[in-house]
Design a protein around this ligand. Structure first.
Ligand SMILES: C[S@@+](CC[C@H](N)C(=O)[O-])C[C@H]1O[C@@H](n2cnc3c(N)ncnc32)[C@H](O)[C@@H]1O
Length: 225
């Protein structure tokens, strides 16, 4: 799946149409709980990157405003049906993560849930996340990532099939390393294997990160240097 103008391949439409039904059980359980823990307390201007069918939206409580960026028209069609049940104002924007139509330092928080596995160019997307975050902003994430050892090699083998069935999803990305390489300090990260488990779609990570340069500057300021 590429960024930018809407892509309406049959596989993408099918994935969007089935997404909420496929995930309903886990959303009632661990996934819904993880989403709430990550986003409920976020304040100010918040970007929900690759917002999909809007699974995060009902969990926002304190945000002044949420911008839900989603390049797939099929996903956006599902998302807009949920806007009546959201307790914060939401705007929906058709854009790709690799080229965000927002000024530098605009957002207080960026939310990436199950999206850095899918964006075609995660390094460019993370550079854009860094750019649009405020100096004291924060990235929160919930992603499935590359396993270790034999399981990682098995993930490499099944990636072409999963990409096809999962509208671009890569089970084998080392997303926490990519976040660090993009100039973030990962402040808290929990690795976990949820149940029920999809074979080779594990482990998951949930955490927060802050732009490294800005964080170091804030620490120096706090020390009076
Ligand atoms: C597995 S879904 C996850 C949706 C949602 N974030 C969630 O937590 O349920 C992956 C999403 O990434 C979106 N996506 C794909 N390419 C993208 C890009 N270049 N920029 C932003 N989002 C993208 C897809 O359209 C899809 O909605």
């Amino acid at each position: 799946m590429t960024a930018g103008p809407d892509m309406q391949s049959r596989a993408e439409r099918r994935f969007a149409a089935w997404y909420d039904r496929m995930t309903a059980r886990v959303e009632r359980g661990w996934a819904g709980q993880r989403r709430a823990a990550l986003v409920a307390d976020l304040t100010g201007e918040v970007l929900d990157l690759g917002a999909g069918t809007g699974a995060n939206l009902r969990h926002f409580r304190a945000a002044a405003h949420v911008t839900a960026v989603e390049p797939s028209a099929a996903m956006r069609a599902q998302l807009v049906t949920k806007l009546g049940h959201v307790s914060v104002p939401v705007d929906v924007v058709d854009a790709g993560a690799e080229e965000l139509p927002f000024p530098d330092g605009y957002f207080d928080a960026v939310v990436c849930t199950l999206v850095l596995c899918t964006v075609p160019d995660p390094d460019r997307a993370l550079a854009e996340v860094w750019r649009v975050l405020k100096s004291d902003g924060r990235l929160v994430f919930l992603e499935h990532v590359r396993a270790a050892g034999v399981a990682a090699r098995a993930q490499d083998l099944i990636t072409p099939l999963v990409r096809h069935l999962g509208a671009g999803c890569h089970p084998n990305r080392d997303t926490v390393a990519a976040i660090a390489a993009a100039g973030f300090i990962v402040q808290a990260v929990e690795r976990f294997k949820p149940v029920p488990r999809l074979p080779l779609i594990a482990p998951f990570v949930a955490g927060t990160a802050a732009p490294a340069v800005r964080l170091q500057a804030a620490e120096r300021f706090a020390r009076g240097e």
